[in-house]
Ligand binder design. Structure first.
Ligand SMILES: [Mg+2]
Length: 372
């Protein structure tokens, strides 16, 4: 059942979707989502994957261009050689390429979608998920005007999002937090620093303990588990790691060093759904809560994140929001909508359960290339 026959066609697309409003973090301001999509075809079935890289190497060293390079020159040649294969088998062979987990996840995702479609099953059933719906969460970018921030949170609260995350940057965090807590003393709130602080900022970071935060996401450098472990001992607020976690070894190290109490598992950042599943299983055993972060994905990447969150370790709301929060028009249907209680239904149908709209794909594509 888990065998895929030879890949007959592989095509990559770069699409550029305008965001409804610019999204600012401590790293950059994004006005468009430039996404790398991969379509793999075997027989009558096609599967789609989306790379979570960006055009620039700010969040990660991987970019859309490095991902295309790795997929084209290293990952697809492994696939092309095979008459029949399992996804685990090719993922093991992909290990000969160091890092480049975003590129690997793109291929893995497309293969999983393909396999699930071949089996006529929704993806979550193929990967062992159970839940029929997941919690929602929203990530609010840095706002110049505090009224805009309050407005965004008010809108999210009305929609019953299960938690609200705000992006913060060093020196500009206390004023917005004070305003938010004054206006909304009870909302489930967390902050994401995208590695903007260092351990020298301990006194400033200590002040965050006053705002009843669910967690502080990635306060320190992406490559510094040691200082995160020192910081966690000084704070009562749990630290959640995002950029620091690239694979299961990082999770084991972070948990055993005491560098975090929560892990953000972005399947697109850690090499795909199967790797993410192994990480959530480890965290579940260690009683470490996990959630699924977002990378402003189009409806394709977002669908994978939704299916992932049906696994049992995902006990905290993630970054999955309504489509209309980011895009006026997505390249897939149906779009994601919240139930009145703020939940998201798992898409029905085979594979990821969303359909690419060819006219929109064509309109938003800025370049494409057939690789096989
Ligand atoms: Mg983050």
């Amino acid at each position: 059942m888990d065998i895929i026959k030879q890949i007959d066609e592989a095509k990559i697309f770069i699409v550029n979707l305008p965001l409804i409003e610019p999204f600012e973090t401590s790293l950059e301001v994004e006005t468009h989502k430039a996404a790398l999509l991969l379509k793999l075809k075997s027989g009558d079935c096609s599967g789609w994957g989306e790379c979570v890289s960006s055009p620039d190497p700010f969040y990660s060293y991987e970019t859309n261009e490095t991902a295309v390079y790795i997929i084209k020159n290293y990952l697809l040649p492994i696939l092309k050689k095979k008459q029949e294969f399992s996804i685990n088998e090719v993922m093991n062979e992909f290990e000969m390429v160091r890092g480049h987990n975003m590129a690997k996840a793109t291929v893995e995702n497309a293969l999983l979608d393909l396999l699930a479609k071949k089996c006529a099953l929704p993806l979550y059933q193929v990967v062992g998920g159970k839940n029929k719906e997941i919690m929602s969460g929203i990530s609010v970018g840095i706002k110049k005007d505090p009224n805009d921030l309050i407005q965004s949170i008010n809108d999210a609260k009305k929609k019953n999002y299960h938690r609200i995350k705000i992006k913060i940057k060093k020196g500009e965090e206390i004023t917005p937090l004070r305003l938010i807590r004054k206006a909304f003393p009870d909302i489930k709130l967390m902050v994401d620093a995208n590695a903007d602080y260092s351990i020298e900022d301990l006194e400033l970071l200590r002040q965050l303990d006053d705002y009843d935060l669910m967690m502080i996401e990635q306060p320190l450098a992406y490559n510094d588990l040691y200082c995160h472990s020192k910081l966690q001992k000084e704070l009562s607020t749990p630290i959640c790691l995002d950029e620091s976690i690239k694979n299961l070894t990082d999770v084991e190290l972070a948990i055993n060093l005491g560098s975090c109490e929560i892990v953000n598992i972005k399947q697109g950042r850690v090499g795909g759904i199967l790797k993410a599943k192994a990480m959530q299983e480890y965290c579940l055993k260690k009683k470490i809560a996990v959630w699924s972060g977002g990378m402003l994905e189009t409806g394709i990447g977002r669908a994978f994140n939704i299916h992932l969150q049906t696994l049992p370790g995902f006990t905290l709301p993630g970054d999955t929001s309504e489509t209309s929060r980011y895009f006026k028009e997505d390249i897939v249907e149906p779009s994601i909508k919240l139930s009145p209680e703020g939940y998201i239904k798992i898409p029905e149908g085979d594979g990821i359960g969303v359909e690419i709209i060819p006219e929109r794909l064509k309109r938003f594509t800025i370049s494409s290339e057939r690789l096989v």
